[in-house]
Write a protein that binds this ligand. Structure first.
Ligand SMILES: Nc1nc2c(ncn2[C@@H]2O[C@H](COP(=O)(O)OP(=O)(O)O)[C@@H](O)[C@H]2O)c(=O)[nH]1
Ligand SMILES: [Mg+2]
Length: 457
């Protein structure tokens, strides 16, 4: 598994310390147990000279961990027993868990230290305030995100957001099946109406029905009751992302676009957080220069996740900010540069000019940049998402989509419509406002959540 590489990258070197955008108060190290206060660069021989403690309590804990169901959430539950707040006991237990999972000593220390710094920045003390963040960090560091219980939790969360659409849609399908045994014209027409009601939009609904007819023909399906499975397969197909070259000439440059309020800034913070947990050096550029408050918001997030930050005063030229940030990112050996942009939909011409200027300056400084242009879409906006995608595609080009606010009263059909009509992969979904609420998109889970198909169906 990617454990060692992830942890190694994560706490790779001295430049990581410089990467934390905020000063770390000196008390942190002082408050930490002696073994945790040591610098990461300590020679291996010296660390090895002090063996991993094996008290009776530690042995009991080891036994319980070994006997427990092998899941991160269960292991974390065991080591957090009797720990209510941040402090020595918590650091010791975390260190213990990481060591029990074979993390090298220095890397386990660094994980704990990084987490201590974050708690201080966030001003959290009670375990309940940071437990989910802690589990998320461990999952990323240990490469355990795909654990079964984790996937189920995600699926439930998506399901909840889509429950209204699903209910309508599922009932509609049942009624449709009850009324039509065979796949005649009337059946397809009613199905089309159902799609329109599920917020798929008029044209996409027609397209989806055509695709289903074709699939039914190919698979020689003639009964209406089989259409649910056809639909499931078709939706999964629509969400299937083509493979792409993941390698980039570093720094990787990511341009975030989308209208105001969809969640661009928050999503940058969440992505940057994921990168930081995987040991990458990250910079965020505030090329949304329209409001001072927006710049400050981004700066606060950069500080929280430990990313470098580049901005100018409000009203500056966004392309100039992008240019300077690109320059700095190259000089400072950054792994990923995120460029936040303004989402004012003044006129299409303005938007196009602003975004293409940003793209130009990035590409001029650094060949291939921006490597990824991500359109952020708010799942609660329904049909508007389609016109937004069209507009931004023309204005800037889009490589991938991120759909936010799926935890709200999301309109589920829109994701299908956008992915289908624009042939764009959805890479992540936003499920809330916290850092851990951004997860890789799974077309299969989404289709199941939307269509109400049971696990065993
Ligand atoms: N419930 C929920 N709220 C979100 C999500 N993503 C962003 N938000 C909220 O949406 C609002 C606008 O986000 P912001 O990042 O400032 O949007 P921007 O204008 O596109 O940069 C903020 O209040 C965010 O906390 C999400 O996935 N779920
Ligand atoms: Mg913003």
């Amino acid at each position: 598994m990617g454990f060692f590489s992830a942890i190694k990258k994560m706490f790779g070197g001295a430049e990581d310390a410089a990467n934390a955008a905020q000063e770390v108060p000196a008390e942190i190290d002082a408050a930490a147990p002696e073994s945790l206060a040591e610098p990461a660069a300590k020679p291996a021989a010296e660390s090895a000279a002090r063996p991993f403690a094996a008290s009776a309590a530690d042995e009991a804990l080891t036994l319980r961990l070994r006997e427990a169901e092998p899941r991160l959430s269960v292991w974390l539950g065991i080591v957090l027993e009797g720990v209510d707040e941040a402090g020595d006991l918590l650091w010791q237990r975390l260190f213990f868990l990481l060591r029990a999972l074979d993390a090298p000593e220095a890397e386990a220390q660094n994980f704990v230290r990084d987490f201590q710094e974050w708690l201080t920045r966030m001003d959290y003390r009670q375990v309940e305030e940071f437990r989910s963040e802690l589990q998320y960090r461990l999952a990323l560091a240990l490469d355990m995100e795909d654990e079964e219980d984790e996937r189920n939790r995600l699926f439930l969360k998506i399901s909840l957001g889509l429950s209204r659409t699903r209910e309508q849609f599922s009932k509609g399908l049942d009624a449709l099946f009850a009324g039509h045994g065979e796949l005649d014209d009337a059946f397809w027409e009613e199905l089309e109406e159902l799609f329109i009601m599920a917020d798929l939009g008029y044209e996409p609904s027609i397209e989806l029905v055509e695709r289903l007819k074709e699939r039914a023909r190919k698979e020689k399906v003639t009964e209406s009751t089989k259409v649910r499975q056809l639909l499931m397969a078709e939706v999964e197909e629509i969400f299937r992302a083509p493979r792409r070259i993941a390698a980039v000439n570093q720094p990787e440059v990511v341009l975030m676009i989308g209208v105001n309020g969809v969640g661009k800034t928050t999503t940058i913070a969440k992505l940057a957080h994921r990168d930081r947990m995987q040991g990458k050096k990250v910079m965020i550029a505030a090329a949304d220069t329209f409001r001072a408050a927006a710049i400050e918001q981004l700066q606060v997030w950069a500080g929280r996740v430990g990313a470098l930050f580049h901005a100018r005063t409000a009203g500056s030229d966004p392309a100039a900010v992008a240019y300077e940030a690109m320059d700095r990112a190259l000089q400072e050996g950054v792994d990923v540069l995120y460029v936040d942009t303004a989402g004012r939909l003044q006129t299409k011409v303005n938007l196009m000019e602003e975004l293409s200027k940003i793209r130009q300056v990035l590409g001029k400084k650094h060949a291939g940049a921006p490597h990824r242009t991500i359109l952020v879409i708010d799942a609660t906006t329904g049909q508007n998402a389609l016109s937004q995608t069209k507009l931004f595609k023309e204005a800037a080009g889009i490589d991938e989509l991120i759909i936010t606010k799926l935890d709200g009263t999301a309109k589920g059909g829109v994701a299908i419509a956008v992915a289908m009509q624009h042939h764009l992969p959805i890479t992540y979904v936003g499920l809330g406002e916290k850092m851990e609420d951004l997860r890789p998109f799974s077309g299969e889970d989404y289709a199941r959540a939307l269509l109400g198909v049971k696990e065993d169906a």
